[in-house]
Design a protein around this ligand. Sequence first.
Ligand code: GLP
Length: 258
Amino acid sequence: MEILIRPDAAAVACQAADIIEPYVRAGAALGMATGSTPVATYRELIRRHREESLNFRRCSIYMLDEYLGLPADHEQSYAATIRRELTEHVDIPDRQVFSPNGNTTDPVAAAADYENQLLRARVSMQLLGVGANGHIGFNEPTSSLNSPTRIKALHPQTVADNARFFDGREDLVPKLVLTQGLGTIQRAGHLVLVATGAAKADAVAALAEGPLSAMCPASVLQLHPHATVIVDEAAAAGLKLHEYYRFADAQKLPGQGY
Ligand code: GLP
């Protein structure tokens, strides 16, 4: 796992955009995430679209997860969120942006459909945030490390964390979701996880330096042959091998990609 420590959230976003840009230029299938952390990365990609002719026309975008029971046009559905935060500001057609269908009477079939779609899509790069309890997508602690796309119940802490998007009301947060599984996520060619702020320090330490464990779903990145974790100083505070990561970062061979 490659760990890049950057001074602040803006530098994390810039580094993430540097890594994502070649995938966009190649017209790849991109895995994108919601949550507040990737928003700064999306702003930087939008800036590059406007100012540096970074075109998304040939790309497709696959979302990680979706609430169950919200209409697709609900402003807090993840389908609406990615439109608002990224895709309506760049030149990707809506028909090339995909999410699990959370507005369905048959979520089991919707999960299987999305898993099959992802098997065909071959996502080249998957952007990830991390929950304070170590979840990625909505794979809460004790998720199977080999799980496919499926229905999950949110942990009460995740419901509390996400209530800020629902007028602070936990009762309005859907308790069931569809999420790419940890096995699904692992099929992407390159996993790029971004984390910023002190509230993520424990999760970052656990995912990078803790044991591989379903109790920290993000630790599954330890199994992936190409995983990059980009953190700011605050989120890196719990790492033991801080100095080693800086040293390794500085030793990179010229021209060697991330
Ligand atoms: C949600 C999303 C995750 C995201 C997490 C952290 O639970 N399903 O994909 O990583 O929130 O979000 P934030 O970046 O806002 O802390």
